[in-house]
Design a protein around this ligand. Structure first.
Ligand SMILES: [Mg+2]
Length: 300
């Protein structure tokens, strides 16, 4: 795990660094509050050790800035205080610090307090991650999708680029549940999720959108890539076969795809893919339809 040390004293930095290295921690340093905030934003450390007494920007000011920043406010802060002044310690804890260590450091105390803070951070990270994962399929959930869409659109506004999006829905899923029960229904949902996961790249975000609905977010990709991914998934899903009382249960999935050349907000992106999915359902299901494209109809 990564620890950021912010202290204006070169000696204090060197001592703390040497001690924390014994615990196999990745230790980065900053010698003033301003640069500490910059490094925190860039490196996203798991813990910040923050000297209270620094010129220009005090540790308290740095802590306030950290807690005001949505990206950094969850990083635990341990204050390094030279004083034995109770008021400073209380003030630091009230500003959101998890702990404080008094200088000069006792080697064992510093390491023990850092370990304790990192244990809590690990649990906190786990909770945050669990709140974003669908328990049945292990895919990301809608909350994770919403956050990621906001991030990707912010990135596009800053640097340009594109995002492609796939919306998918299992065809006639209610019939599966009605005929074979929810256990088989769940099995089908898990297998479909697996297919989406296997076809997604590391940088994609496969999501269980709700019930029998799924989506995949493809950063830096176009509608053509989304359509190609959807088509590969569609073929894989056709091969899925779940046994039930000597019968073979099979499903198909309909897909709608879109990208940020068509839609300029997260809501519009989802809506356009959803409209394409609706067209796929209306053109016989088990197919991929691109937003803005004319649906090819097979007649006869
Ligand atoms: Mg100092």
């Amino acid at each position: 795990m990564k620890v950021l040390l912010i202290d204006d004293s070169p000696d204090a930095l060197a001592i703390a660094k040497a001690r924390l290295r014994k615990d196999d921690l990745d230790v980065i340093c900053a010698d003033n509050g301003q640069s500490g905030l910059v490094v925190a934003g860039e490196e996203k450390p798991d813990l910040i050790l923050l000297d209270v007494d620094m010129p220009e920007m005090s540790g308290f000011d740095v802590c306030k800035k950290l807690k005001e920043n949505a990206d950094l406010q969850m990083i635990p802060v341990i204050f390094l205080t030279g004083s034995t002044d109770i008021d400073d310690k209380v003030k630091g804890l009230d500003l959101g610090a998890v702990d404080y260590v008094t200088k000069p450091f006792d080697a064992f105390e510093l390491r023990a307090r850092v370990r304790a803070a990192l244990r809590t951070k690990r649990l906190q990270d786990l909770l945050v991650e669990h709140a974003r994962i669908d328990p049945l399929t292990g895919l990301w959930n809608r909350r994770a999708l919403t956050d990621r869409l906001d991030q990707e659109f912010a990135k596009i506004r800053r640097n340009g680029g594109s995002v492609a999006f796939v919306m998918a829905d299992i065809d006639h899923f209610k019939r599966v549940n009605d005929a074979y029960g929810h256990r088989i229904g769940d099995e089908i949902i898990s297998r479909v999720a697996e297919a989406l996961h296997e076809q997604s790249r590391q940088s994609d975000l496969p999501v269980r959108y709700g019930g029998e609905e799924f989506s995949v977010l493809l950063p830096d990709e176009s509608i053509e890539s989304a359509a190609a991914l959807a088509e590969r998934c569609r073929k894989d899903i056709e091969e899925i076969c779940v046994g039930f009382a000597g019968q073979e249960v099979r499903v198909t999935v309909s897909f709608g795809v879109s990208d940020t050349n068509i839609a300029d907000s997260p809501e519009a992106l989802i809506e356009s893919a959803d409209a394409a999915l609706y067209q796929a359902k209306n053109s016989g299901r088990n197919c991929v339809v691109s937003a803005g494209a004319e649906v090819e109809r097979t007649t006869g």
